[in-house]
Design a protein around this ligand. Structure first.
Ligand code: FPP
Length: 226
């Protein structure tokens, strides 16, 4: 087995289609997705991956029907209240990124208190992107740089992104058959290895993650050099 990625990012797509195929409501797919997300991230940390970033809701997803959004918000609240002990026990630090103006304030309050409670974690970091858009994040960083009144270096610019301080992802996995980035970590993924799975997220097993890691291990990352 070759090298393990230090940071994996996952676009958890396909919850709705997974549910539809089973004649279940879309929300059942999200509930199953949450279970999968917890197991998958713990498996990744167990294997020694240090950072796991998960795309749970994009700025564009916020145009979905209120009923679906309400169910997703309920899952976020549930996660931020019921999973902190688990994270703390495993030494995992929580970080939540996204536009605070776009989701109900109580969700952000729970997210921030979850970040504080898990701040001592030394084994890994779980980054959840909710109400997040890569372009919007780049734009916010550009505006922050402009307000600073002087040109910034690449390093200074990265620090202004909501992922500031976190190394760029080594491997990006997208489940659910589509092959696009959908506004996720656009600046950060410039040299990230991409892995696409046809499986819907609730059906993407820990063994599937192992296969993605095997694929990563075989790749030759040249960063444009020869
Ligand atoms: C994309 O599938 C998935 C989402 C928009 C939501 C992902 C959320 C979870 C896995 C639960 C997250 C919970 C926490 C606490 C972060 P889709 O609905 O677009 O599926 P489709 O393309 O098949 O319709």
């Amino acid at each position: 087995m070759g090298e393990l990625p230090r940071h994996i990012a996952v676009i958890m797509d396909g919850n709705g289609r997974w549910a539809k195929k089973r004649l279940l409501p879309r929300n059942a797919g999200h509930r199953e997705g949450l279970k999968r997300m917890i197991s998958l991230s713990e498996h990744a940390f167990g294997r020694g991956i240090e950072y796991v970033t998960l795309f749970a809701l994009s700025t564009e997803n916020l145009a979905r029907p209120q009923e679906e959004l309400g169910a997703l918000f309920a899952l976020f609240r549930k996660y931020f209240t019921e999973n902190l002990e688990r994270l703390k026990a495993k030494g995992i630090r929580l970080k939540v990124i996204g536009d605070e103006r776009l989701l109900p304030g109580d969700i952000w309050a729970l997210a921030r208190s979850g970040e504080e409670e898990t701040a001592g974690g030394k084994s890994g970091m779980l980054v959840l992107a909710i109400g997040y858009g890569g372009r919007q994040d780049i734009l916010a960083a550009v505006n922050a740089a402009v307000r600073g009144g002087k040109e910034v270096t690449g390093e200074e610019f990265s620090a202004l992104l909501s992922t500031g301080g976190i190394p760029f992802p080594d491997l990006l996995i997208r489940t659910g058959k589509e092959k696009r980035l959908s506004n996720f970590l656009l600046y950060e993924c410039a040299y990230t290895e991409l892995y696409f799975s046809d499986k819907m997220f609730p059906a993407f097993t820990n063994a599937d993650l192992d296969r993605a890691l095997e694929s990563y291990a075989k790749r030759d990352r040249r960063y444009g050099k020869i």
